[in-house]
Design a protein around this ligand. Structure first.
Ligand code: NAD
Ligand code: IPM
Ligand code: MN
Length: 349
């Protein structure tokens, strides 16, 4: 029997609420399967920082690195809470995990299930995946300010793009496209961000020679937001940089029926460190603690986790149960976070 070491970081706000449901589903789908998940919970996030000033203590980080996979809810407090400015939970915890565990692929699939209520009247058959670069771009913290607080303040935030970093994520995206509908769209802003743009285009051109079966398209990011709303069915695999990918995937979540449905995997494809699975959404302080959050994104993140650790059948069962549950949602009626989790558990076959 297989034993999988799972580090669980419920986090802040709705994080613990949605993770509780995700773990219910994980336990139910793996019961009697011969596979056990050995879970260790880490209390990290804004709440922990306010308690004892810790963001990611070295000893806990060392343990997390030894896990086979990580499940994270959401971290962070109310945007712009002054008490959290010094901690910068997003950078000190979430991005630190992504960077140091070398999660260079941030995989964010979008499916508009036929039965779901999308804000788009006629979405068509929408099934695409955003391969968001996870370790570079404007996220690296390469910048600085001078003359702070004066009318002459200058703040630089440099986007770092390396040939090594771009090539590995682009190759991953081509491989995904090759295994899917064989269409890859590079999204960038090469008309303005010319240096990074040239690098991304060159590498896409070069790697495309290895995947002659994959058709390559290009869109500027502003135009990509148009098509995500007017014709999302055109997309198969989108490959893009860290910041564009962040923005596009909140939009993708919205068109798929809500941000509460959008799952993600921060993948280390080389297996040198554990990959981390989390909903695309944040800690939602506006609805936290009220059982109002949709746990579906966290549950679908468990499906991504299961398939990553080689449990494809269990993964498919979770996705199917979610689809069944989504089909029963139209017609209104609000359910609590736990009721949605329970329903998905009851629909597991
Ligand atoms: P958010 O995603 O937390 O919330 C945006 C809106 O979506 C809110 O109205 C919220 O109520 C709603 N929403 C989010 N998840 C939902 C769910 N499961 N069900 C129903 N509604 C849901 O984004 P924000 O308000 O910009 O950020 C809040 C905090 O979360 C910030 O501190 C931010 O930095 C952090 N954050 C963390 C992560 C993460 O841990 N991966 C991701 C995004 C934001
Ligand atoms: C996400 C979040 C994070 C990001 C923040 C909280 C650092 O918005 O996971 O999409 O920008 O990547
Ligand atoms: Mn985001």
């Amino acid at each position: 029997s297989q034993n999988i070491k799972l580090a669980v970081i419920p986090g802040d706000g709705i994080g613990p609420e949605v993770v509780a449901e995700a773990l219910k589903v994980l336990d139910a789908v793996t019961a009697d399967s011969g596979v056990t998940f050995d879970k260790t919970e880490y209390r990290l996030g804004a709440g922990r920082f306010l308690e004892d000033g810790e963001v990611l203590p070295a000893a806990e980080f060392d343990e997390i690195k030894q896990a086979d996979a990580i499940l994270l809810g959401a971290v962070g407090g109310k945007p712009n809470d002054p008490r959290l400015a010094a901690a910068n939970i997003e950078r000190g915890l979430l991005l630190k995990l992504r960077f140091e565990l070398d999660h260079y692929v941030n995989l964010r699939p979008t499916v508009v299930y036929p039965t779901v209520e999308s804000p788009l009247k006629n979405p068509g058959e929408v099934d695409f995946v955003v391969v968001r670069e996870g370790t570079e771009g404007p996220y690296v913290g390469n910048g600085g300010s001078i003359r702070i607080g004066t009318p002459h303040e200058v703040a630089n935030e440099v986007s770092v793009n390396t040939a090594y970093g771009v090539e590995r994520v682009v190759r991953f995206a081509f491989a995904q496209a090759s295994a899917r509908r064989k269409k890859l769209t590079l999204v960038h802003k090469t008309n303005v961000l010319v240096f990074a743009g040239k690098l991304w285009r060159r590498i896409v051109d070069e790697v495309s020679a290895e995947f002659p079966d994959v058709e390559v398209d290009y869109l500027h990011v502003d135009a990509a937001t148009i098509f995500l709303v007017t014709d999302p069915a055109r997309f198969d695999v989108i490959v893009t940089d860290n910041l564009f990918g962040d923005i596009l995937t909140d939009l993708a979540g919205a068109i798929s029926g809500g941000i509460g449905l959008a799952a993600s995997g921060n993948i280390n494809p080389d297996g040198t460190f554990p990959s981390m699975f989390e909903p695309v959404h944040g800690s939602a302080p506006d609805i936290a603690g009220q059982q109002l959050a949709d746990p579906t994104a966290a549950i679908l993140s468990v499906a991504l986790l299961l398939s990553h650790v080689g449990l494809a059948d269990a993964s498919a069962k979770v996705t199917a149960a979610v689809q069944h549950d989504l089909a029963s949602r139209s017609g209104g009626g609000t359910r609590s976070t736990a009721e949605i989790g329970d329903s998905i558990v009851s629909l597991l076959k």
